[in-house]
Design a protein around this ligand. Structure first.
Ligand code: FES
Ligand code: FES
Length: 218
């Protein structure tokens, strides 16, 4: 006869209880996963699409209205929705300045800004500064000074340069401004410091500084 003492009976019950508990937990976990999948954006059973919003902006003097996924950056709105591909995507992380545009006269990295933040704003891209037949003075100066090689960073450099001169004219100090009381000067160090967020892997920095100095002195 097998020994059915109290110890063995206790172990049998514990094993059955443990198995029942495991099955219950697995069923609960599966139900949670199913619920999460059903409510995930884009799932077949989800009836909620991504949030969208109509955004109105004036871009290069022209009124524009676009229906956008609210997660769309200003950069992607310009390039993908409005087909203004002059503005470039370099890093898409706010580190290179290739995507610089002006919003209400101030430069920003358009890759770091959601389009919905700019409802009602005025945006100027490289296409809005000048035309091939009628260049903006800064575009003219870049050509004259060879302020580029491959040209990929150039739209951002030019938008930034135009805004930098305006910042100095308006007396906005930078990290290297030594006199905060007098009129601000267009020194090379002042301009280079303010342009430090615009990276040029071709290394056209001296020529860019030359172009900016020419426009500043005009
Ligand atoms: S693409 Fe925006 S900073 Fe590089
Ligand atoms: S001109 Fe090539 S990255 Fe600036």
């Amino acid at each position: 006869m097998p020994d059915n003492g109290p110890d063995n009976g206790f172990l049998d019950i514990s094993r059955r209880g443990m198995l029942a508990g495991s099955v219950g937990s697995a069923a609960l976990a599966q139900a949670s996963i199913l619920r999460a999948q059903q409510s995930a954006p884009g799932s077949a059973s989800s009836n909620k699409g991504p949030a969208t919003m109509r955004v109105s902006m004036t871009v290069n003097g022209k009124a524009q209205e676009v229906d956008l996924d609210t997660r769309t950056t200003l950069l992607d709105t310009l390039r993908e929705h409005l087909k203004l591909t002059g503005t470039k995507k370099g890093c898409d992380h706010g580190q290179c300045g290739a995507c610089t545009v002006m919003v209400n006269g101030e430069r920003i990295n358009s890759c770091l800004s959601l389009a919905v933040q700019h409802d009602g704003d005025e945006v100027t891209t490289i296409e809005g500064l000048g035309t091939p037949d009628d260049l903006h003075p800064m575009q003219d100066a870049f050509v004259e000074h060879d302020g580029y090689q491959c040209g990929y960073c150039t739209p951002g450099q030019i938008c930034s340069a135009v805004a930098v001169l305006e910042e100095i004219r308006n007396g906005i100090p930078s990290h290297v401004t030594d006199d905060l009381t007098g009129p601000m000067r267009f020194t090379e160090i002042e301009m280079r410091e303010r342009m430090s967020g615009n990276i040029c892997r071709c290394g056209a920095y001296s020529n860019i500084a030359g172009a900016m100095a020419q426009v500043a002195e005009a």
